[in-house]
Ligand binder design. Structure first.
Ligand code: ATP
Ligand code: MG
Length: 563
């Protein structure tokens, strides 16, 4: 079941903003709001992260606070500098600025280590020598209380000695772990003596081989927040149970008490937003890379031509709540169209051409027409488009035997060519197999510019390009990456990969006029009646490549209208 996202603009504050306003009013957390966005550099950012970025940086901006960018880099196995670089680029692109507040959990490794020794000294942490499997078995489950490890009663001295030797590299990976000594019978499984440190001989992308023990997420995150003076630490709902540990660590170590608040994560129909799955799509070659325009990554969105303001608008519209819901992909497309409608200059292209021969138009003549770049903003100027005797129009803008209410071109039927002339179809030329090769038409010279002195009505307006002037371009048409709303909802034995849409990318050769060829990668255009397009970085001097950013058809408006 999918539910419609709320549009909060007029509905007052979401619960997080309400909390912030209350805290600022009472001074409970001081006078300055301080948030952070804490990505782990183990993948590229996606739309879910955009929600978190817009929240954390957004509230900091709204309430005159600060927001840090913090890389949560405690698992060197999966992390890399490439991911760090991409995250920095994506956050900036989305329109947010962390000034000089770029932090890394790895900057705190020495402090985290010292605090772990402090916990040991307090009798609040111990070195456990059970195997990973035993630890799991001892933990129990929701109905079975945990069992204490036989190593839980080690003396402070022995624990300190072992922990120092763990750091010194005397033990093999997995031989020991440092655990918090909390409560093996706690109804909250997170509190059953969680691991704080593990031995892992892996080179870290920033600290190299300085460390062979690495702190766990739950231990690192709260301390990093506290060290940076984060007042409000927002995270997604799956961390609700971890909040008790977050609080326990800060309280036990008597550190500044940052506070965690959870909100519902974003999920979108026809999309996966799990880094593990996105990595799989990339590594197994189901897409062409992290920035494949079909990917829900920010780099994919950018390459597709989505402007950052569309994503910020999207995040504002879906709002923040504690209720899990699934947002329709068409809602995102709606925001993309909203942003592009006013910014992408118009142009014309034909993607599936059929030739039109204008019989009564002189063979050696050509004319140039003005196509407004923005019909509702004439000051933005015009594009000069050439017209000649032979044109291309879209194949499906013609029907030999027109269906009812088909107002486009048909034998005997008159249509307007956008900003040019009226034409009437007189004859249809076919090859030996019966395929249409050309439409023989006549034009009315009186209709120059799109109207006639007798105010004759025509119902259809078509886009077109002059065949003689037309240049081929490679057009990449994208569709959903998945065939069903929830790609994870598959029958047993299948995975999300089994519901990949085999037609998510269709490449066609389109035709456009030379003015389009001057565009550079990243530039956008709205092709009349077809959709929004963006020049791809794969374009070469010889071939321009265009990505379809969005179609013009607005399915979201229909969904809203129905509800
Ligand atoms: P992992 O599976 O690697 O933990 P993650 O999606 O949690 O991935 P992080 O890099 O840890 O990725 O996320 C950074 C921040 O973005 C976190 O605060 C996380 O809660 C938030 N975030 C991640 N996915 C979503 C989502 N779908 N909706 C909202 N926030 C998200
Ligand atoms: Mg995470």
């Amino acid at each position: 079941m999918t539910t419609l996202p709320e549009v909060p603009a007029t509905t007052g504050k979401d619960f997080i903003r309400a909390l912030i306003e209350q805290d600022l009013a009472t001074g409970r957390k001081g006078n300055t709001l301080h948030t952070r966005f804490p990505p782990e550099p183990n993948g590229y950012l996606h739309l879910g992260h955009a929600k978190s970025i817009c929240l954390n940086f957004g509230v900091a901006k709204e309430y005159n606070g600060l927001c840090n960018l913090r890389f949560d880099d405690t698992n060197p196995l999966k992390e890399s500098q490439e991911y760090v670089d991409s995250i920095r680029e994506d956050v900036q692109w989305l329109g947010f600025d962390w000034a000089d507040r770029e932090y890394y959990a790895s900057d705190y490794f020495e402090t985290l280590y010292a605090l772990a020794e402090k916990l040991i000294g307090m009798g609040k942490a111990y070195v456990d020598s059970l195997t990973a499997e035993e630890i799991r078995a001892y933990r129990g489950n929701l109905t079975v209380p945990g069992k204490e490890s036989p190593y839980r009663t080690r003396s402070v001295e022995e624990n300190l000695d072992l922990f120092r030797r763990m750091r010194a590299g005397e033990f093999a990976d997995g031989q020991h772990v440092l655990r918090a000594k909390i409560d093996m019978a706690s109804p909250n499984l997170v509190m059953r003596d969680p691991a704080l440190y593990r031995i892992r001989r892996t080179t870290h992308h920033r600290t190299g081989d300085t460390w062979c023990i690495y702190p766990m997420y739950d231990y690192t995150h709260c301390i990093s927040d506290s060290l940076e003076g984060i007042t409000h630490s927002f995270c997604t709902l799956e961390f609700v149970n971890n909040r008790a540990l977050y609080d326990w660590v800060l309280e036990t170590l008597d550190l500044y008490r940052s506070e965690q608040t959870e909100f519902a994560r974003l999920s979108i129909t026809r999309t996966v937003l799990s880094k593990r799955k996105l990595i799989q799509l990339v590594e197994e070659g189901h897409v062409k890379g992290w920035d494949d325009p079909r990917m829900p990554t920010l780099s994919g969105m950018r390459r597709r031509g989505v402007p950052p303001e569309a994503l910020r608008d999207f995040c504002a519209r879906i709002g923040i709540s504690r209720a899990e819901n699934e947002v329709e992909f068409s809602m995102l497309e709606f925001c993309i169209r909203e942003a592009l409608n006013h910014t992408a200059p118009r142009g014309m292209a034909v993607l599936d051409p059929i030739k039109v021969v204008v019989e009564n138009y002189p063979e050696d003549q050509e004319e140039w027409f003005d196509l407004p770049l923005a019909p509702d903003a004439p000051e933005k100027g015009v594009r000069r488009v050439p017209f000649s005797r032979e044109l291309y129009i879209e194949r499906d803008d013609f029907m030999e035997i027109p269906a009812k209410k088909f107002h486009r071109l048909a034998p005997g039927q008159e249509v307007r060519l956008r900003c040019a002339y009226y034409i009437t179809c007189k004859d249809v030329q076919k090859d030996a197999q019966g395929n249409i090769t050309a439409l023989i038409c006549t034009y009315d010279p009186e209709s120059r510019g799109g109207g006639t002195p007798d105010n004759r009505k025509v119902k259809g307006t078509l886009h077109w390009v002059s065949a003689r002037h037309a240049k081929p371009v490679e057009v990449r048409l994208y569709d959903h990456l998945f065939l069903q709303d929830n790609p994870e909802d598959v029958e047993e034995g299948k995975t999300f990969l089994d519901v990949l849409n085999p037609d998510s990318l269709r490449v066609v050769t389109g035709y456009t006029d030379a003015s389009i060829l001057g565009m550079t990668p990243g530039e956008r255009v709205q092709f009349e009646r077809i959709g929004y397009f963006c020049v791809d970085k794969d374009s070469t001097d010889g071939t321009m490549v265009l990505n379809r950013t969005a179609t013009l058809k607005d399915t979201w408006a229909k969904i809203v209208a129905k509800s």
